[in-house]
Write a protein that binds this ligand. Structure first.
Ligand SMILES: O=C(O)CCC(=O)C(=O)O
Length: 246
Protein backbone atom coordinates (compact mmCIF):
# COMPACT_ATOMS: atom_id res chain seq x y z
CA UNK A 1 0.00 0.00 0.00
CA UNK A 2 1.10 3.59 -0.56
CA UNK A 3 2.01 5.90 2.32
CA UNK A 4 -1.11 8.11 1.88
CA UNK A 5 -3.33 5.00 1.88
CA UNK A 6 -1.71 3.64 5.07
CA UNK A 7 -2.04 7.07 6.65
CA UNK A 8 -5.71 7.22 5.76
CA UNK A 9 -6.37 3.68 6.99
CA UNK A 10 -4.36 3.63 10.25
CA UNK A 11 -4.11 7.33 11.10
CA UNK A 12 -0.30 7.17 11.19
CA UNK A 13 2.71 6.02 9.18
CA UNK A 14 6.34 5.26 9.98
CA UNK A 15 8.93 6.50 7.47
CA UNK A 16 12.27 4.81 8.28
CA UNK A 17 15.45 6.79 7.50
CA UNK A 18 13.56 9.97 6.64
CA UNK A 19 16.82 11.81 7.37
CA UNK A 20 20.22 10.40 6.47
CA UNK A 21 23.19 10.28 8.87
CA UNK A 22 24.64 13.37 7.17
CA UNK A 23 21.37 15.29 7.56
CA UNK A 24 21.16 14.23 11.20
CA UNK A 25 24.72 15.41 11.85
CA UNK A 26 23.76 18.85 10.46
CA UNK A 27 20.57 18.93 12.55
CA UNK A 28 22.52 18.04 15.71
CA UNK A 29 25.03 20.81 15.00
CA UNK A 30 22.26 23.38 14.35
CA UNK A 31 20.25 22.23 17.36
CA UNK A 32 23.25 22.72 19.67
CA UNK A 33 23.77 26.20 18.16
CA UNK A 34 20.07 26.99 18.64
CA UNK A 35 20.07 25.85 22.27
CA UNK A 36 23.25 27.81 23.01
CA UNK A 37 22.61 31.02 21.08
CA UNK A 38 18.92 31.39 20.24
CA UNK A 39 17.03 29.69 23.06
CA UNK A 40 18.22 32.11 25.79
CA UNK A 41 16.37 34.94 23.99
CA UNK A 42 13.05 33.12 23.53
CA UNK A 43 9.85 34.00 25.42
CA UNK A 44 9.22 31.76 28.47
CA UNK A 45 6.12 30.26 26.81
CA UNK A 46 8.35 28.75 24.08
CA UNK A 47 10.80 26.85 26.32
CA UNK A 48 9.87 24.24 28.93
CA UNK A 49 12.09 22.44 31.43
CA UNK A 50 10.96 19.60 33.72
CA UNK A 51 12.76 21.55 36.44
CA UNK A 52 13.13 25.24 35.67
CA UNK A 53 16.32 25.44 37.78
CA UNK A 54 18.03 22.55 35.98
CA UNK A 55 19.06 23.22 32.33
CA UNK A 56 19.72 19.50 31.78
CA UNK A 57 15.95 18.89 32.04
CA UNK A 58 15.03 20.80 28.85
CA UNK A 59 11.83 19.14 27.60
CA UNK A 60 10.29 21.26 24.85
CA UNK A 61 11.01 24.19 22.55
CA UNK A 62 8.18 25.70 20.52
CA UNK A 63 8.08 27.47 17.14
CA UNK A 64 11.76 26.99 16.30
CA UNK A 65 11.04 27.81 12.64
CA UNK A 66 9.93 31.30 13.65
CA UNK A 67 13.15 31.95 15.52
CA UNK A 68 15.80 30.54 13.21
CA UNK A 69 16.62 30.44 9.50
CA UNK A 70 18.06 26.92 9.48
CA UNK A 71 14.94 25.34 11.00
CA UNK A 72 12.62 27.52 8.88
CA UNK A 73 14.29 26.29 5.72
CA UNK A 74 14.54 22.67 6.92
CA UNK A 75 10.80 22.28 7.55
CA UNK A 76 9.90 23.90 4.21
CA UNK A 77 11.58 21.15 2.24
CA UNK A 78 11.31 17.40 2.84
CA UNK A 79 8.83 17.53 5.77
CA UNK A 80 6.44 19.85 3.91
CA UNK A 81 6.59 17.70 0.76
CA UNK A 82 5.70 14.60 2.81
CA UNK A 83 2.84 16.46 4.55
CA UNK A 84 1.38 17.41 1.16
CA UNK A 85 1.75 13.82 -0.06
CA UNK A 86 -0.06 12.45 3.01
CA UNK A 87 -2.84 15.03 3.21
CA UNK A 88 -3.25 15.33 -0.56
CA UNK A 89 -3.40 19.13 -0.51
CA UNK A 90 -1.09 22.15 -0.02
CA UNK A 91 -0.19 22.76 3.63
CA UNK A 92 0.72 25.61 5.97
CA UNK A 93 3.64 25.14 8.38
CA UNK A 94 2.33 25.70 11.92
CA UNK A 95 5.06 24.57 14.28
CA UNK A 96 8.51 23.06 14.60
CA UNK A 97 9.11 21.71 18.10
CA UNK A 98 11.88 20.03 20.02
CA UNK A 99 10.83 17.29 22.47
CA UNK A 100 12.85 15.52 25.11
CA UNK A 101 12.14 13.20 27.99
CA UNK A 102 15.26 13.59 30.12
CA UNK A 103 16.22 10.39 31.98
CA UNK A 104 15.08 10.22 35.58
CA UNK A 105 12.96 13.37 35.45
CA UNK A 106 10.39 13.00 32.67
CA UNK A 107 6.63 12.61 32.74
CA UNK A 108 4.29 10.53 30.59
CA UNK A 109 2.60 12.23 27.63
CA UNK A 110 -1.14 11.96 28.31
CA UNK A 111 -3.36 10.29 25.68
CA UNK A 112 -4.61 13.07 23.42
CA UNK A 113 -5.60 14.08 19.91
CA UNK A 114 -3.69 17.04 18.48
CA UNK A 115 -6.99 18.29 17.02
CA UNK A 116 -8.03 19.28 20.56
CA UNK A 117 -5.23 21.88 20.54
CA UNK A 118 -5.56 22.91 16.88
CA UNK A 119 -9.26 24.01 16.86
CA UNK A 120 -9.83 23.33 13.15
CA UNK A 121 -12.78 22.64 10.90
CA UNK A 122 -12.38 20.26 9.11
CA UNK A 123 -9.53 18.40 10.90
CA UNK A 124 -7.22 18.40 7.89
CA UNK A 125 -3.87 18.52 9.68
CA UNK A 126 -1.02 16.28 10.69
CA UNK A 127 1.96 16.09 13.01
CA UNK A 128 5.36 14.55 12.31
CA UNK A 129 7.71 13.30 14.99
CA UNK A 130 11.30 12.49 14.04
CA UNK A 131 13.55 10.64 16.50
CA UNK A 132 16.99 12.10 17.28
CA UNK A 133 17.89 9.33 19.75
CA UNK A 134 17.16 5.60 19.67
CA UNK A 135 13.64 5.44 21.14
CA UNK A 136 11.98 2.31 22.49
CA UNK A 137 9.45 1.24 25.10
CA UNK A 138 11.88 1.86 27.97
CA UNK A 139 12.56 5.50 27.18
CA UNK A 140 9.00 6.34 26.16
CA UNK A 141 8.23 5.72 22.49
CA UNK A 142 5.08 7.19 20.96
CA UNK A 143 2.05 4.86 21.00
CA UNK A 144 -0.86 5.23 18.59
CA UNK A 145 -4.41 3.92 18.82
CA UNK A 146 -4.68 2.54 15.32
CA UNK A 147 -7.67 3.80 13.31
CA UNK A 148 -8.79 6.19 16.08
CA UNK A 149 -8.73 9.18 13.69
CA UNK A 150 -11.98 7.86 12.21
CA UNK A 151 -13.95 8.19 15.47
CA UNK A 152 -14.02 11.98 15.82
CA UNK A 153 -12.74 14.26 18.56
CA UNK A 154 -13.03 12.84 22.08
CA UNK A 155 -13.60 14.77 25.28
CA UNK A 156 -10.40 16.17 26.77
CA UNK A 157 -9.67 17.77 30.11
CA UNK A 158 -6.91 19.94 31.52
CA UNK A 159 -3.84 18.01 32.70
CA UNK A 160 -0.97 19.23 34.87
CA UNK A 161 1.60 18.02 32.32
CA UNK A 162 3.77 20.88 31.09
CA UNK A 163 3.63 20.98 27.27
CA UNK A 164 0.64 18.61 27.07
CA UNK A 165 -2.14 20.50 28.76
CA UNK A 166 -4.99 18.34 27.41
CA UNK A 167 -5.70 14.64 27.94
CA UNK A 168 -8.57 12.35 26.94
CA UNK A 169 -11.11 11.85 29.72
CA UNK A 170 -11.17 8.21 30.90
CA UNK A 171 -8.63 6.98 28.32
CA UNK A 172 -7.82 3.29 28.60
CA UNK A 173 -11.00 2.10 30.31
CA UNK A 174 -12.93 0.96 27.24
CA UNK A 175 -10.50 1.22 24.37
CA UNK A 176 -11.44 -1.12 21.56
CA UNK A 177 -8.59 -0.22 19.19
CA UNK A 178 -5.10 -1.62 19.14
CA UNK A 179 -2.43 0.55 20.78
CA UNK A 180 0.74 0.33 18.67
CA UNK A 181 4.12 1.19 20.27
CA UNK A 182 6.42 2.82 17.70
CA UNK A 183 10.12 2.39 18.49
CA UNK A 184 12.31 4.54 16.24
CA UNK A 185 15.96 5.05 15.35
CA UNK A 186 17.50 8.51 14.81
CA UNK A 187 16.19 9.85 11.50
CA UNK A 188 13.04 7.67 11.50
CA UNK A 189 9.87 9.72 11.25
CA UNK A 190 6.31 9.08 12.42
CA UNK A 191 3.42 11.08 10.96
CA UNK A 192 -0.06 11.10 12.49
CA UNK A 193 -3.44 12.57 11.66
CA UNK A 194 -4.78 15.37 13.89
CA UNK A 195 -7.45 13.00 15.26
CA UNK A 196 -5.23 9.97 15.93
CA UNK A 197 -5.17 9.18 19.65
CA UNK A 198 -1.61 8.86 20.94
CA UNK A 199 0.40 8.91 24.16
CA UNK A 200 3.86 8.03 25.49
CA UNK A 201 5.17 6.71 28.78
CA UNK A 202 7.80 8.51 30.84
CA UNK A 203 11.47 7.79 30.10
CA UNK A 204 12.24 4.98 32.56
CA UNK A 205 15.86 4.56 31.49
CA UNK A 206 18.43 5.98 33.86
CA UNK A 207 20.86 7.32 31.28
CA UNK A 208 19.30 7.72 27.83
CA UNK A 209 17.63 10.88 26.60
CA UNK A 210 14.65 10.66 24.25
CA UNK A 211 14.92 13.61 21.90
CA UNK A 212 12.81 14.28 18.83
CA UNK A 213 11.74 17.06 16.47
CA UNK A 214 8.04 17.65 15.78
CA UNK A 215 6.54 19.33 12.71
CA UNK A 216 2.91 20.45 12.49
CA UNK A 217 1.10 21.19 9.21
CA UNK A 218 -2.46 22.33 8.50
CA UNK A 219 -4.07 21.50 5.16
CA UNK A 220 -5.20 24.53 3.22
CA UNK A 221 -8.82 23.36 3.50
CA UNK A 222 -8.71 23.52 7.33
CA UNK A 223 -10.25 26.66 8.88
CA UNK A 224 -8.67 27.70 12.15
CA UNK A 225 -10.57 29.31 15.04
CA UNK A 226 -7.69 31.72 15.64
CA UNK A 227 -9.45 33.75 18.35
CA UNK A 228 -10.24 30.67 20.46
CA UNK A 229 -6.74 29.26 19.87
CA UNK A 230 -4.93 32.46 20.84
CA UNK A 231 -7.07 33.00 23.91
CA UNK A 232 -6.41 29.38 25.06
CA UNK A 233 -2.64 29.82 24.55
CA UNK A 234 -2.66 33.12 26.43
CA UNK A 235 -4.64 31.70 29.37
CA UNK A 236 -2.37 28.65 29.50
CA UNK A 237 0.82 30.76 29.50
CA UNK A 238 -0.61 32.91 32.32
CA UNK A 239 -1.49 29.82 34.36
CA UNK A 240 1.92 28.19 33.81
CA UNK A 241 3.67 31.40 34.77
CA UNK A 242 1.51 31.83 37.91
CA UNK A 243 2.33 28.22 38.88
CA UNK A 244 6.07 28.91 38.40
CA UNK A 245 6.35 26.31 35.62
CA UNK A 246 7.77 28.67 32.97
O1 LIG B 1 6.90 13.38 22.35
C1 LIG B 1 5.84 12.94 22.83
O2 LIG B 1 5.79 12.34 23.89
C2 LIG B 1 4.55 13.09 22.10
C3 LIG B 1 4.55 14.09 21.02
C4 LIG B 1 3.16 14.37 20.58
O3 LIG B 1 2.20 14.10 21.24
C5 LIG B 1 2.97 15.01 19.29
O4 LIG B 1 3.95 15.37 18.63
O5 LIG B 1 1.79 15.18 18.91
Amino acid sequence: MSRPKDFEKDGFVLVPNFCSREELATIEFELARFVGNVMPGLPPADVFHEDRDDPSTLKQIQRMHQHDEFFASFVKNKPRALAEELLGEPVKIKNLQFFNKPPGKSKATPAHQDGQYFMLEPFRALTMWMALDPVDEENGCVRYLKGSHRDGLRTHERTQTLGFSQGIVGYGKNETGEEVPCPAQPGDLLAHHALTVHRADANLSQTRSRRALGFIFYGQSAREDKVAHQSYQKKLAEEMSAEGKI
